[in-house]
Design a binder for this molecule. Structure first.
Ligand code: HAX
Length: 423
């Protein structure tokens, strides 16, 4: 068994005891009220679920197990997975053990490639990734052990095994999707001497050390965003039916593929590149403002701006801007991203609709990837997905460990609402 398995196992009794006590002593206490507007409005702000891996503070952004994300930007993504699941960063030997687990599990079975090769050539990279994860479900230890019969208290064990298997293979699958979809030549095998993030960069086909760093940062920043966002909530709900982690993560990532969620990073870079092409470089302030108003007046959103929870510039965006200042300060795309940051919040305030006129993570990530030659922007959400799988898996494992029941909120019909409000 992995060190991570043993560490998490040692924590479970206390976590179960604590939740039992909270429920026994305070189960009847109220957390929030729900208004009619919230029921029609995507349940924004309704407190009705638990996520112990991370928290998004509207005025601060992502906090992982109590640590603000900007204090974690020098960590490896596998350290972040350890932190998400156990609440503490790994020691050097714990990290080595996790990396050994990935090395043992990283080989992607051949049947995955056969399925991907049979898909239409123009398939979206996210459709390819999500299909591959579903096909990999064939390997699920959770499903096999559940079918054979296992006590409920053991559910987390095969959930962890499936998660480690999936996380180890995801960079290889994702890089394989890239090389197949964009005719980049033969697949490049996993290198056991490299860490998880550097391996992904390597298998994509770019062994520049700066690109390794960009990938590590990218995978760290996108790892988790508490429990109620579309992908996490979908994964949570599907997992609550005891569908195994492959089903649950694939389902969550289908949600990430939406343009209001993870796909915004593809849309965002597209918008920036249109600006750079139209104005043959970084535009003037007036040109950029007019272009933004043209976008808004045509009924479209400015991608990369606004957020359902955040009410400040996303610290993950800040981390990308800081990284860019070091690696690509004179790049036209990067300079345009910075100018957009200076001007768009003002435009959105004047527009008067978005509750948060500030950039989210997707506003900055594309410029970095573009700089390092990763220019197929429909692919960008795949990178996001590889990272977000860490958050989804850690949430799933914890849910199985504490026996989270099947999700089943109550819905009502409009007639019921009318009656309720006296209409
Ligand atoms: N440009 C133009 N209008 C915007 C806007 C933007 N960037 N952000 C919000 N609005 C509009 C909304 O469309 C909405 O208009 P209507 O009343 O006409 O429907 C109004 O402002 C109020 O929306 P809100 O309450 O501020 O925002 P929501 O919580 O409803 O939605 C979104 C949050 C992120 C979906 C939204 O801000 C948006 O569409 N942003 C652009 C797309 C984007 O960047 N998505 C990525 C978000 C981060 C993420 O999940 N990454 O994975």
């Amino acid at each position: 068994m992995s060190v991570l398995h043993d560490k998490f196992a040692s924590q479970i009794p206390a976590i179960r005891e604590e939740i039992k006590k909270i429920n026994t002593d305070h189960g009847e206490k109220k957390l929030s009220d729900v208004t009619v507007g919230q029921a029609y409005g995507g349940m924004r702000g309704v407190i009705a679920m638990i996520c112990d891996t991370s928290l998004v503070e509207p005025s601060k952004g992502l906090i992982i197990r109590g640590v603000p994300i900007l204090e974690l930007t020098d960590k490896l993504p596998e350290e972040i997975f350890y932190l998400l699941l156990t609440g503490s960063l790994p020691s050097a030997s714990e990290l080595k053990d996790l990396q050994n687990e990935y090395n043992k599990r990283a080989v992607v079975p051949d049947y995955i490639w056969k399925v991907l090769e049979a898909m239409p050539k123009e398939s979206h990279p996210m459709a390819m990734l999500d299909t591959a994860i579903l096909v990999l479900e064939h390997e699920s230890k959770f499903r096999k052990q559940y079918t054979d019969g296992m006590p409920k208290t053991d559910y987390w064990k095969p959930a962890l095994e499936d998660s480690l298997d999936m996380l180890a293979k995801l960079p290889g699958i994702a890089a394989g999707v890239y090389r197949l979809r964009y005719n980049k030549g033969p697949r490049i095998p996993w290198d056991p001497k490299l860490d998880w993030g550097a391996n992904y960069a390597h298998m994509l086909g770019n062994d520049d050390n700066d690109f390794y760093n960009a990938m590590r940062l990218y995978l760290t920043l996108h790892c988790d965003h508490e429990g109620g966002n579309v992908s996490a909530f979908t994964c949570h709900t599907v997992g609550s039916a005891l569908s195994d982690p492959y089903y649950a993560v694939s389902a969550g990532l289908n949600g990430l593929a939406g343009p209001l969620h993870g796909l915004a990073n593809q849309e965002c870079l597209g918008w920036i590149l249109d600006v750079v092409a139209k104005f043959k470089g970084t535009p003037s302030d007036e040109e950029l403002k007019k272009h933004a108003w043209d976008t808004l007046n045509s009924g479209k959103v400015i991608p990369g701006y606004g957020h359902a929870v955040l009410r400040c510039p996303d610290p993950r965006f800040v981390a990308f801007v800081d990284f860019g200042a070091k690696y690509c300060a004179n790049d036209d795309v990067y300079k345009t991203v910075k100018k957009v940051f200076e001007l768009i919040p003002g435009v959105l305030i004047e527009h008067g609709k978005a509750k948060n006129p500030q950039p989210n993570v997707d506003a900055g990530s594309g410029a970095i990837l573009y700089h390092f030659g990763l220019r197929e922007f429909p692919y960008y959400t795949v990178l996001f997905a590889v990272s977000r799988a860490m958050g989804m898996c850690s949430q799933l494992i914890i849910n199985r460990a504490v026996g989270t029941p099947i999700t089943r909120p109550k819905s009502v019909h409009t007639g019921w609402i009318k009656q309720q409000v006296g209409m």
